[in-house]
Design a binder for this molecule. Sequence first.
Ligand SMILES: Cc1cc2nc3c(=O)[nH]c(=O)nc-3n(C[C@H](O)[C@H](O)[C@H](O)COP(=O)(O)OP(=O)(O)OC[C@H]3O[C@@H](n4cnc5c(N)ncnc54)[C@H](O)[C@@H]3O)c2cc1C
Length: 491
Amino acid sequence: MKRREFITTALTFTAASTFPEGNGFAADFPAVAGSGDKISLSEKAVVDFQKNIKGQVILPSNPEYEAARKVWNGSFDRRPALVARCADVSDVVSAVQFARTNNILLAVRGGGHSYSGQSATDGGMVLDLSLMQRSEVDPGSKTCRLQGGALLGNLDRAAAEHGLATTAGFVSHTGVGGLATGGGHGRLMKKFGLTVDNVRGVEIVTADGMVRKANAAENPDLYWAVRGGGGNFGVVTDFEFQLHTMDPMITSFSFVYPIDAALDVMKFYFDWDTESPDEATTSVGLRRNAKGEASVSISGAYIGTPAQAEGALAKVVKYGKPTTSRIAATNYVAVQSAADKIFAHGRNYYSKSGFFNKVDSQLPVAMLDYFMKNPVPMGSIGAASHGGVAGRVPENATAYAHRDAKYEISVSVDWDDPADSAKWLKYSRDYWAAIAPFSDGFYINQTTDEGSDAIRKNYRGNYDRLVEIKTKYDPTNFFHLNANIRPKKKA
Ligand SMILES: Cc1cc2nc3c(=O)[nH]c(=O)nc-3n(C[C@H](O)[C@H](O)[C@H](O)COP(=O)(O)OP(=O)(O)OC[C@H]3O[C@@H](n4cnc5c(N)ncnc54)[C@H](O)[C@@H]3O)c2cc1C
């Protein structure tokens, strides 16, 4: 269906829609099926669904619709037929059953930060978990129970109140739901493992509408799959995380150098970082400010005091002639939200990224070459270190397959005017084409336009097992707006 056609018909329906009591709900309204076909949704079914849940069914006529349909990335300006804002696990069961019974395309939304717009849909239904953000820390067992719609800030803050922490990502308004099912890279990953390594168990609503526990003792196959398999296996309504004792004060550091020194700085960084300890997550980046001025930097975080960091970073401290350098104590929770405004909601974003298991001598050359030839205000490329505890977990211990990654390199652009989208997408894709030959796969939480063959290859030896588990729990591929693992076809 053309978008304009869908919008017009949906609005016609909603003008008459006030959820009247009683019978006589003959009107149907257009929607999109899981197959992509056009369907009609009965108004009565929607009214019954609303009556059945504690949360809210939001239609295009509701004043909340404009806000409710939006996701973090303004590039995905989509208009679902309805948004089901679930208040608890029984609402999630009702929403899954409603979508199945009515054959409507389902997008599951945790924090709405999918780079590829997987939690937004034109004409489908959004199962929105944003009302489900409760957290509960048990300091005795150092665990945190967190509902499936929580944001990373909820996790960081709840844990920090007890002098505890676990690995979460770099921007606090990102959703736990997507991050903790796909992987979970962050400042603590070399010390405490990926976020998925700290998931002790989940409560999950599977495609048949059943509420299941998945942990080491119950449904261990599902437990294995949800730690890296993304949203393929159901809607996680509750996570249990392992927390770790950590001083809330850590150290952040940054050394900025003139762009003329970029190649030397990158080569130095990649040599030095092989010996950086598990306490240090580091990165090297090329970026331009709004005036178009370019620089190269080595930056990161160290779990410890500034004095300990200076010791661990001694070679960096002595290296070259930085234009600015900083090693300072910082509060972990504060630094976890320091970039929140840079990644503001509603702007247009695009990023290509991949894992690198080794650094070819030509990789820094390729990174710099394209950056210099194509001056893009606010464009950046950076390599962030991996390894440590996250890298010592066996590749088949969880569905997340890239334990041998040494770095993740990302090319990122952001812009305001949608008319510029084609230009920035081309820039990023062309840039990535120069870097991709050195890459060893990608992070499924950063997928943009990778196809199903690439996803299969990317899961390496874990793919066949994922297919078995997908076939068992979601044989019709009901949950397919994700980095999709296709179930086996019926014989
Ligand atoms: C600004 C920004 C910063 C980021 N930083 C990091 C980082 O530091 N480290 C890192 O590892 N990643 C990072 N990412 C990537 C991030 O992990 C993914 O974008 C992730 O999918 C976001 O989760 P979400 O719940 O916000 O996404 P959504 O858009 O809500 O969902 C994305 C996918 O996850 C599934 N999903 C969401 N919630 C659930 C749930 N409760 N149960 C089952 N499936 C669910 C959805 O079905 C969908 O397929 C970042 C992304 C952004 C936009």
